[in-house]
Write a protein that binds this ligand. Structure first.
Ligand code: ATP
Length: 333
């Protein structure tokens, strides 16, 4: 099966529901074949954006282009896109094979061709032997793979994922995440992935756009967004950094004044390290998490989170931590 990912662009896309602005002038450029995540808290407009790309939701204004062609007016069925839903949206009364072939029969593809493509798609997700099984007999992870095979079977140029792993337990979610990444790598489809799980977005994506209240706050490579966030919102959303906005607390912790009243200090939890030369803090709680120990400490008015490698048990609740790395960002809280 030859598949090529499309170049997806949105220009100033807007969608309101009554008085509520769900998506507020969104402009995105998603390179062909890339894995692009929309990450943000509940209600920030991620799903609405995805549904507009799929053609399930009309735009109030703006344009969506696929390989340079405006598809904003096309019905969902005419778009070269396929969606994988959170609840898989499989038909319970159909076999695995019929579920995977459904989109093709709707498109009136010849039966022999459907058989071939279903086989092909199931091979990709390693589920061929389940072709004749009822979908209701499958585990959550297997149903997720069938949903993926169904999306791939219509040979889309863009695959749209709406929180597809959120119904799986942690171990299965991690495994399925690895499989998804490998599959994406093999078939090279453009993928747009909606999630509120920052770890999932970082693990899977070439690029992440962080959304807040219908807008993109920042976008870029996961490691750049993590290491060099520009805003307090992104710093705290991605990896739960310590963000300080009070001038006095900032000076107490890092010994220098913030560069301006509109700036916040960001210190990653892993950049607070026990050190005899550090600032005095008081341990409020300690949790051993396996490969790290999480401390919540008080420094003046501030509660800070520190992650110390391995099993760390301070000899006293009064200890010192030094700041290995920090940065100032825009305070958009
Ligand atoms: P979640 O992760 O909770 O799904 P999200 O970031 O995907 O959130 P959207 O589902 O896109 O957010 O919703 C954005 C806003 O638009 C929310 O306030 C939501 O209540 C509202 N909204 C979405 N769809 C509709 C609709 N059909 N009618 C009215 N309001 C809607």
């Amino acid at each position: 099966m030859e598949v090529h990912g499309a170049h997806v662009q949105t220009f100033d896309v807007r969608r309101t529901f009554g008085g509520l602005v769900a998506v507020d002038g969104l402009t995105l450029d998603i390179p062909p074949g890339s894995f692009f995540s929309l990450l943000g808290p509940s209600g920030c407009g991620k799903s609405t954006t995805l549904r507009m790309v799929a053609g399930f939701e009309p735009l109030d204004s703006g344009r969506i282009l696929l390989d340079g062609t405006d598809i904003s007016g096309l019905s969902a069925r005419k778009r070269p896109t396929a969606m994988v839903f959170q609840n898989y949206a499989l038909f319970p009364h159909m076999t695995v094979g019929r579920n995977v072939g459904y989109g093709l029969s709707v498109r009136r593809v010849a039966k022999s061709e459907i058989r071939k493509r279903v086989q092909d798609a199931l091979e990709r997700v390693d589920m061929v032997e389940y072709q004749d099984s009822p979908v209701t007999s499958l585990s959550g992870g297997q149903q997720q793979r069938v949903a993926l095979a169904r999306a791939v079977a219509v040979e889309p140029k863009v695959i749209l994922f709406d929180e597809p792993l959120s119904n799986l337990d942690v171990a299965l979610r991690h495994q399925t995440r690895r499989e998804l990444k490998a599959l994406q790598h093999r078939i090279g489809l453009t993928s747009i992935y909606v999630t509120h799980d920052q770890e999932e977005a970082m693990a899977l994506s070439d690029r992440i756009a962080v959304m807040r209240a219908g807008r993109i706050v920042e976008w870029g490579k996961p490691e750049d967004l993590y290491r060099e966030p520009q805003s307090a919102f992104v710093a705290s959303f991605l990896g739960g950094a310590n963000v300080l906005t009070d001038a006095r607390s900032i000076k107490d912790l890092v010994g220098i004044d913030r560069p301006g009243p509109d700036k916040a200090l960001v210190v990653r939890a892993e950049d607070l390290v026990p050190s005899p030369d550090g600032v005095p803090v008081r341990v409020e709680s300690r949790q051993f998490l396996g490969f790290v120990t999480e401390l919540v400490v008080r420094s003046g008015e501030e509660l800070l989170r520190a992650l110390i490698p391995g099993a760390y048990n301070p000899s006293s609740d009064d200890m010192r931590l030094s700041v290995r790395h920090f940065r100032f960002v825009d305070n958009d809280f």
